[in-house]
Design a binder for this molecule. Structure first.
Ligand SMILES: [Zn+2]
Length: 425
């Protein structure tokens, strides 16, 4: 049980165990190794007082413990601990509504739960055992967008199958979220995650950032983009790779979007390298489109949103209104982008050993123009001598391309597994 019990409150009506994390481990071995706990239903409802929503986990016995985090305004994650939690025949709530989806992931000694909310819902979540039954209740209390924003900052989203052992990722079963859809096969092709648009930033008359030893962003990102495409073609042969550019040509931001849209991409990945006046600044950043842009993103946006018009350079800025409308219309793109972005960030920091500057939202025109989940990656700072050396080397370019590749592959697997299980049950 490689679990951090410090962050878990021990439930089960045995409140005295709450005091001691070590006892929590003993407790879970002695109390529940033999009895099978059955989770037969998860239901959702609006609170009768109108102040929020409730998700109820219908257990026939109390579980050992649980944990709740809320890494984003529209994502609540829980981990339910108890040996032998059985979910045969489980009924899950229908998709859609304020609580859009409840997904369960069977982990080694627990269940991971993702609860996706509508983008316009602002709630704060807490969980507690129902006094009248063995059920576990997740209460979501309405709050302001600002409060939720501040509250969610403290949590890092869990990626359930990376969370255990990446080598065992295939052992994870996801429980079907809905009844089988009879029309599934007809739409199955459209649901496949099978076209990826790789966008090497800049090119031609637009060199992008100029770094240490006059390294040009356009050259570094083209090399990484091509390697990424090669990895996808080799290891994900069912995926169609489309490049917005494959050589040193200039393509404007709008044309990049229309290439992506014409090919009906499932994901748009724009690859860039950063620059800054202070050579000590380094690290990777992954951006997806959105309103909640940080001050530090402004500088990068100015560089990446440059429009070249008849020899003149100007910055095209997306207005708050444009971004707001985008967020309302494309919440699905945003949540997918955010999820892949966090997987990518994980790969950069944990597998590729880069300094991570995090996952951020910003108003990039190139992402706005592509009507699909879309990310902009800054692979590092060419103005930092050590990152310049790394990113200019064949070795460094392979490391970055394979980190991007792995996160795309992992997301594709997760996505298709959810589609498969939905269709075959
Ligand atoms: Zn760039």
């Amino acid at each position: 049980m490689a679990v951090n019990f410090k962050s878990i409150s021990i439930m089960n009506g045995y409140a005295f165990l709450r005091v001691c994390a070590v006892l929590g481990i003993i407790f879970s071995f002695t109390q529940s190794s033999y009895a099978q706990i059955h989770l037969d239903r998860v239901s959702k409802a609006e609170r009768s007082d109108g102040l929020g929503y409730v998700v109820r986990f219908h257990f026939d016995q109390p579980i050992d413990s649980f944990q709740v985090i809320q890494p984003a305004s529209d994502l609540i994650q829980m981990q339910l601990f108890g040996n032998n939690i059985d979910t045969t025949g489980i009924q899950l709530p229908e998709l859609g509504g304020k609580i859009q989806e409840v997904r369960l992931y069977k982990l080694e000694d627990s269940f991971g739960v993702d609860i996706y909310l509508d983008q316009n819902v602002y709630v704060m979540a807490t969980a507690y055992p129902d006094k009248a039954s063995d059920d576990l209740l997740l209460a979501m209390t309405k709050s302001t967008a600002y409060e939720v924003e501040v509250y969610t900052q403290q949590f890092l989203a869990k990626n359930w199958y990376l969370n255990i052992n990446p080598d065992n990722a295939l052992d994870i079963t996801m429980i079907p979220a809905t009844e089988p859809d009879e029309d599934y096969n007809e739409i199955a092709d459209k649901l496949k995650f099978d076209t990826i648009i790789i966008d090497a930033g800049h090119g031609g008359k637009d060199p992008g950032n100029i770094g240490y030893r006059h390294t040009k962003e356009k050259d570094v990102v083209l090399a990484i983009s091509k390697k990424l495409g090669e990895y996808i073609e080799e290891y994900l042969p069912d995926v169609n790779v489309i490049y917005t550019r494959e050589d040193d040509t200039f393509i404007d931001l709008y044309d990049r979007g229309s290439i992506a849209n014409r090919h009906e991409g499932d994901l748009f990945v724009s690859i860039h390298a950063n620059g800054f006046h202070d050579p000590s600044v380094r690290g990777t950043e992954v951006f997806f489109l959105g309103l909640h842009r940080s001050e530090s993103s402004l500088e990068i946006m100015k560089k990446e949103n440059m429009i070249f018009n008849d020899g003149k350079r100007e910055v095209r800025e997306l207005t708050e209104e444009e971004l707001l409308i985008y967020e309302l219309a494309h919440s699905g793109y945003i949540s997918t982008s955010e999820r892949i972005a966090s997987m990518m960030d994980h790969q950069f920091s944990k597998r590729a050993n880069r300094k991570s500057r995090g996952v951020k939202q910003a108003g990039f025109v190139v992402l706005y123009e592509a009507s699909m989940p879309a990310l902009l990656v800054e692979v590092g700072f060419l103005t930092n001598p050590s990152e310049q050396r790394f990113l200019s080397s064949e070795y460094g370019q392979s490391i970055m391309a394979s980190a991007i590749f792995r996160s795309i592959r992992d997301y594709k697997e997760e996505y298709e597994r959810s589609q498969e299980i939905t269709s075959s049950n």
